[in-house]
Design a protein around this ligand. Structure first.
Ligand SMILES: C[S@@+](CC[C@H](N)C(=O)[O-])C[C@H]1O[C@@H](n2cnc3c(N)ncnc32)[C@H](O)[C@@H]1O
Length: 291
């Protein structure tokens, strides 16, 4: 049965393979360079709550730490003492993150607190620690309830602390495709029960909680040419990640609708089919005006 937008729930193993392939499909930049430039530009740098105290960072869904390392290095440029609580359900991703930390001397001064848990498990067992920065980078698609995750992250912020969320913008590219797909293939459930969540879902949640925010957007390109090759497993994985749906190849109606849409909205450069990924960074600060 076609289950639109539920790839990570239906097949975490296929999701992980598709995620790797998609990271390799960047055009004109690498994922790490995009992280360094966009995160480096938008991540707010917190200041210590009191003179001499450390900066506390909460990371929800760190993966193998590519985004976290950029954020932490940026903070370390102006702060000497950082505590980072890392919440990530995948043991394999956490292992990769820990291996990276061991090799990267620039993160040597960060005190890590590793939690192999889902966000839901972590929030249900909260110890009262307050954070100066709580971030969720490309993660709110996968938590059970993005609104509850935002509320919980907000509650865990100290006064003056920052909330930082990065996810797909719905203005164009992949995020817009997700909204289109939901119109073509609506399902029994609400879209918000799937991974097809975008920036306006987050801003709507913040507005409903009376939290004001700023937003910044940027784009990078991915090459979808493999998706148009009949027998390419790489193309099938890429198509699954693009749609967050398992085995799209086996559903000709959906496959052709998505491929036609992407082709119409791509540019052809040499042998590449270049499609946009537009990303939004949403930042809110907790202070007297914004509680
Ligand atoms: C697209 S990756 C992003 C990783 C990292 N933040 C980055 O941008 O490089 C999404 C991550 O969310 C994690 N994840 C999935 N479900 C989750 C949940 N319920 N709570 C917390 N993290 C979750 C996955 O294991 C994965 O590492």
């Amino acid at each position: 049965m076609l289950r639109v937008g539920r790839l990570i729930k239906d097949s975490p193993v296929r999701w992980a393979a598709a995620y790797k392939v998609t990271k390799g499909a960047f055009v004109g930049t690498t994922r790490q360079r995009f992280n360094e430039e966009f995160l480096g530009k938008t991540i707010p740098i917190p200041t210590p709550r009191r003179e001499g105290t450390n900066i506390r960072v909460l990371s929800i869904g760190s993966g193998s730490g590519e985004a976290d390392s950029v954020i932490l290095r940026k903070i370390m440029q102006s702060q000497t003492s950082v505590y980072s609580r890392v919440v990530e359900p995948s043991g394999e991703m956490l292992q990769d993150f820990k291996a990276m930390v061991q090799q990267d001397t620039s993160l040597g001064a960060v005190k890590f607190n590793w939690r192999q848990q889902t966000a839901e498990e972590y929030f249900s067992d909260y110890d009262g620690t307050k954070f100066d920065l709580a971030h969720a980078v490309r993660v709110l698609y996968h938590v059970e309830d993005h609104h509850a995750a935002l509320r919980n992250m907000w509650e865990q912020l100290a006064d003056g602390g920052y909330l930082f969320v990065l996810l797909l913008s719905d203005k164009r590219g992949v995020g817009k495709l997700h909204h289109e797909m939901w119109k073509w293939f609506p399902h029994e459930n609400d879209r918000l029960q799937t991974s097809l969540r975008t920036s306006s879902d987050v801003t709507r949640s913040l507005e409903s909680m009376g939290i004001s925010y700023v937003i910044a957007e940027d784009e990078h390109d991915v090459n979808l040419a493999e998706c148009y090759k009949e027998d390419s497993e790489t193309g099938r994985l890429l198509l699954d990640f693009l749609t967050q749906t398992s085995n799209v190849y086996e559903y000709p109606k959906m496959r052709s609708a998505v491929l036609e849409y992407c082709l119409r909205n791509s540019s052809l450069v040499d042998d590449k089919i270049v499609f946009k990924v537009r990303t939004a960074a949403i930042i809110a600060r907790k202070n007297e005006k914004n509680m």
